[in-house]
Design a binder for this molecule. Structure first.
Ligand SMILES: Nc1ncnc2c1ncn2[C@@H]1O[C@H](COP(=O)(O)OP(=O)(O)OP(=O)(O)O)[C@@H](O)[C@H]1O
Length: 284
């Protein structure tokens, strides 16, 4: 059976109720450097601090920096998992409060060339991941390549990170517009990072929501705001996650508020992490 046949067979598997799956959120940004990876990591830590079992998959191929932010060196990547040489648990980097990060390298993009044995190892590992974590974040790359867009379409549930800068907002809007046209059922909310005051955050949110309503007829929820703090770059230099570096700062508190907001959201229909990768593979 060739890979296309296998995938078609896999896609026939019945959907299981969303309650049985981990909550899976793809984090994306239009413009690079807005703070997407820093936010993903610290939001993950904030949820882990609240007792949730959290994993982050680094899908920012070639540019992933989660391991650097954690001050760790990934010994293994997804390539070792699909080869069956290590378990998914062994492959993941350990972070604070039980957080786990799986470095992607270029491994995921090569999935389309994997043979049946490798796909079987990989999907077994994804099922294990599903059983072990309450939340799975997908740190996707910035911008709108075909690969990234397919990730967001497959994930169905996205968190778009922007700053109040017009260029970042324009690029965030471009992603939302594209997803809106290609995948109208996608669920999406925005985080405005690096605000200098709540007034700035609220005004930015209001303008952005107005544009989405006017041009896409879409109500866009804003999950919340994260304050700008120059100490973030100091924490990065020390390779210490910011939430551990400055746990009581205004910025850490704003990240913790986001974690509470996420916990309060209704659970979306999902096909789980395996379903996500299967869908992504059929799109490429
Ligand atoms: N809330 C914040 N306050 C101040 N600086 C921040 C904040 N969030 C992120 N930064 C800074 O922004 C820079 C980029 O952060 P990060 O690498 O997380 O961005 P990114 O959007 O993931 O980038 P890329 O698109 O390259 O993956 C970092 O150097 C960090 O210091």
């Amino acid at each position: 059976m060739d890979q296309a046949h296998q995938l078609r067979a896999l896609m026939q598997e019945p959907k299981i109720s969303a309650a049985r799956y981990s909550r899976m959120v793809a984090v994306a940004s239009g413009k690079g450097g807005v703070g997407k990876s820093t936010l993903t990591l610290n939001l993950g830590i904030a949820l882990a601090k609240l007792g949730k079992r959290v994993a982050i998959l680094d899908l920012d191929f070639g540019f992933g920096n989660l391991e650097t932010l954690l001050g760790a060196n990934a010994t293994y990547s997804i390539a070792d998992v699909k080869a069956g040489t290590v378990s998914i648990e062994q492959a993941m980097i350990q972070g604070p409060h039980g957080l786990r990060v799986l470095a992607g390298g270029s491994g995921f993009t090569e999935m389309l060339q994997w043979g049946p044995q490798e796909l079987s190892h990989f999907f077994d590992a994804m099922d294990e991941l599903e059983a072990s974590f309450d939340w799975i974040f997908l740190d996707t790359g910035a911008g709108l390549t075909q690969v990234q867009l397919a990730f967001l379409k497959a994930a169905k549930d996205t968190l778009i990170v922007t700053t109040p800068e017009p260029t970042a907002l324009t690029d965030a809007y471009s992603i939302i517009k594209l997803l809106h046209h290609h995948e109208p059922q996608f669920s999406c909310r925005v985080v405005i990072n690096q605000i200098t005051s709540l007034t700035e955050g609220k005004q930015t949110a209001h303008q952005f929501q107005k544009v989405c309503k006017e041009f896409l007829q879409r109500d866009l929820p804003v999950l919340g705001f994260v304050y700008k703090d120059n100490d973030i770059s100091q924490a990065i230099k020390l390779q210490t996650p910011y939430l551990m570096y400055a746990p009581r700062s205004q910025t850490s508190r704003s990240i913790e508020r986001l974690a509470h907001q996420l916990l309060g959201e209704p659970v979306h229909q999902t096909t789980g992490i395996s379903g996500f990768f299967k869908k992504w593979m059929t799109m490429n």
